[in-house]
Design a protein around this ligand. Structure first.
Ligand SMILES: NC(=O)c1ccc[n+]([C@@H]2O[C@H](COP(=O)([O-])OP(=O)(O)OC[C@H]3O[C@@H](n4cnc5c(N)ncnc54)[C@H](OP(=O)(O)O)[C@@H]3O)[C@@H](O)[C@H]2O)c1
Length: 338
């Protein structure tokens, strides 16, 4: 079968022929119709993860059709249109994952291929309102968003709050905007691009600020009426770095700041007194449990949320898509049609 293989660190991904997998006991084979990129795929190319295993077929996100079921798998899955939960082996404790946790697309071969083999328990029916390309854009970002917003930050669909999402051009951030808007919260965003801020407004953002402006928090507080106290009950961030201290000013007393990435490096210059006098909660989050994935899929289906797809590339052009992601030119997900 054809697949996109990462041969080694700091090398271009190769579109090449590899052996077609087959479903073992408890497993299924999915004919992938669409796969989507995550920043993780670029980080794998750069060798930034602790237990690197190369060569590997890249890809955590995929949607397709079940074409083979292994022993012990309900045959009703055959022919079904599915999305795959890439967060595998979470374990028994909902607060943190156990030692068997892994993400599809390293150490196991991933979705940038004609076929992918997964355990049947990670299959979910594709929401009917989504195309394969749109559905492929959902899994990794969706489960990350759901846990960050609902579990870790404690947002509730029937209790709207004031939410800030930073770096809205990111795949996870954009889906966080869509889910928080569907949950009826008042959502503000930041971006390094004026064009992305106005596109976020079209998706329901109440407003935004450019994080390249050193005074963006002051400007945003002036616009929202947050003043010196802060305005946002919930802040979702993946940039971290020296700019994180500004989020503490933007948070309302009792606010919850949840971050899932460290794109701009280590968090510095946070004044402890700002955090404890404001009674802030700062939490990290990664991926999510099987229950959180199922809850996310149900919410997306119920609210007919359509993930934003920036561009669809043929599978053979995965390397070009990876370079576009690295350059950060996208607004929404980069998808591969298989
Ligand atoms: N822990 C987890 O479970 C998990 C899951 C998914 C992703 N992540 C991590 O989260 C990060 C984003 O992933 P992604 O796939 O969404 O990547 P992505 O689509 O490439 O998005 C990256 C975004 O970061 C934003 N950004 C850059 N500099 C910023 C700054 N100084 N302040 C605020 N935002 C800034 C940019 O937003 P603008 O374009 O709007 O300027 C950019 O679009 C990565 O570090 C990734 O590894 C973690």
């Amino acid at each position: 079968m054809k697949a996109v293989v990462q041969p080694g660190i700091h090398q271009p991904a190769q579109f090449t022929g590899v052996e077609k997998p087959s479903a073992g006991a408890g497993e299924v084979l999915v004919a992938v119709r669409a796969a989507a990129l995550n920043h993780r795929d670029v980080f794998i190319q750069q060798g930034l993860y602790p237990r690197m295993k190369l060569p590997i077929v890249l890809g955590s996100d995929g949607a397709g059709v079940v074409v083979e079921v292994g022993a012990g798998v309900d045959p009703a899955w055959m022919g079904r249109e599915v999305v795959i939960n890439p967060a595998m082996g979470w374990g028994d404790h909902p607060a943190f994952y156990g030692p068997d946790f892994r993400i599809l697309g390293m150490p196991d071969n991933g979705t940038f291929a004609e076929f992918v083999k997964v355990e049947a328990k990670y299959l979910h029916r594709k929401p009917e309102h989504l195309s394969f390309e749109q559905a492929a854009a959902l899994p990794l970002a969706g489960v990350t968003v759901w846990r960050a917003l609902m579990t870790r930050a404690g947002l509730q669909p029937n209790r709207p709050e004031r939410v800030l999402i930073t770096g809205i051009g990111g795949g996870v951030a954009l889906l966080a905007l869509q889910i928080a808007v569907a949950a009826e919260s008042e959502v503000w965003v930041t971006s390094g691009s004026a064009e992305k801020l106005s596109r976020a407004a079209e998706l329901g953002a109440a407003g935004g600020a450019n994080y390249r402006d050193p005074d963006w928090v002051k400007a945003l507080m002036a616009r929202t009426g947050g003043g010196k106290t802060g305005y946002f009950n919930v802040i979702i961030d993946s940039a971290a770095g020296p700019g994180f201290a500004k989020l503490i000013d933007a948070a309302a007393p009792g606010g919850r700041i949840v971050f899932y990435g460290g794109t701009t490096g280590n968090i510095t210059d946070v004044m402890p007194s700002r955090v404890f006098f404001k009674q802030l909660t700062i939490g990290g989050t990664t991926m999510g449990t099987e229950q959180e994935f199922a809850d996310m899929i149900r919410f997306v289906a119920d609210h007919r949320i359509v993930p934003v797809v920036d561009e669809v590339f043929p599978l053979a052009e995965a390397e070009q898509a990876l370079r576009k992601m690295e350059a950060g030119r996208q607004f929404g997900k980069l998808v591969l049609r298989v």
